[in-house]
Design a protein around this ligand. Structure first.
Ligand code: PGA
Length: 246
């Protein structure tokens, strides 16, 4: 089952995504949420914080597992994804931070760090609902085109286009962007009970359409989601215009 939600703008898409996450949290207060970084989910996190402040949802029993982290960045680096999650969500809600997991970008033994992360995801019972953004090349997490669909957590060399897109966070200086990341694989993502993928803006229209209407191929990593039994695709009119006709 794939459900498409074409919302008017970024604000209403963020509220729709927060509705789906909130429903999961209300129905199963001890859910394991798979969380994502990037610009797209920021509005969703703000909406979740607002609902928490209004007493409508609680994170007290929630566990979270993030998708990815840059190799070489620790949580005190303001470009790390651990920092992003603390700053954009965890510091503002009643989540127990000892149950918020992000891959360890500082472990010098990369392979061990990947295996440990897969063990963590397994030991918490797997992800109930995985939130995703989508890259312009169809990546989810840091699974770039060409990666197979059958990987667990692994180390990736970032593609030039991703380094370029992310350099905005380093003042446009591509040389400062880490060149590797540790990411859940497509197999890890596909093992989640439900998937919520967001796409907003005209620049995501082509790739989100190819992901769900084009062939299923590792050349478009997000196309694997066509094989998942329960996917919610949420976006604004600019991104969703070709997927959902009026
Ligand atoms: P964005 O990134 O939300 O910043 O567009 C999405 C992604 O690259 O996965």
């Amino acid at each position: 089952m794939i459900r498409f939600y074409k919302e008017h703008d970024y604000g209403s898409a963020s509220r729709r995504a927060a509705d789906i996450l909130s429903a999961q949290m209300i129905l199963k207060p001890d859910s394991v949420l798979g969380l994502a970084t990037g610009s797209t989910p920021v509005g969703t996190y703000q909406e979740l914080i607002r609902r928490y402040q209004e007493g409508r949802i609680s994170f007290a029993e929630i566990t979270s597992c993030n998708l990815d982290e840059y190799v070489g960045l620790g949580g005190d680096n303001d470009q790390s994804y651990r920092y992003f999650m603390n700053h954009n969500l965890f510091d503002h809600v009643d989540i127990d931070k000892s149950r918020t997991f992000v891959p360890d970008g500082l472990d010098p033994d990369h392979e061990a760090a990947c295996r440990k992360y897969d063990e963590i995801v397994k030991s918490v019972g797997g992800v109930d609902l995985q939130l995703l953004g989508i890259g312009h090349d169809g990546h989810i997490g840091f699974n770039e085109p060409g990666d197979s669909f059958d990987k667990g957590t692994h180390i990736v060399d970032l593609q030039e286009s991703t380094i370029r897109a992310n350099s905005r966070f380093w003042g446009g200086d591509e040389s400062k962007v880490p060149k590797q990341a540790i990411t859940m694989g497509i197999a890890t993502v596909m093992s989640a009970g439900k998937i919520l993928i967001m796409a907003c803006g005209e620049d995501k229209r082509d790739i989100i359409t190819r992901a769900f209407r084009g062939p299923i191929t590792p050349k478009v990593p997000a196309s694997a989601l066509q094989l998942h039994p329960c996917v919610f695709v949420v976006g604004d009119e600019a991104a969703m215009g070709d997927l959902v006709k009026d």
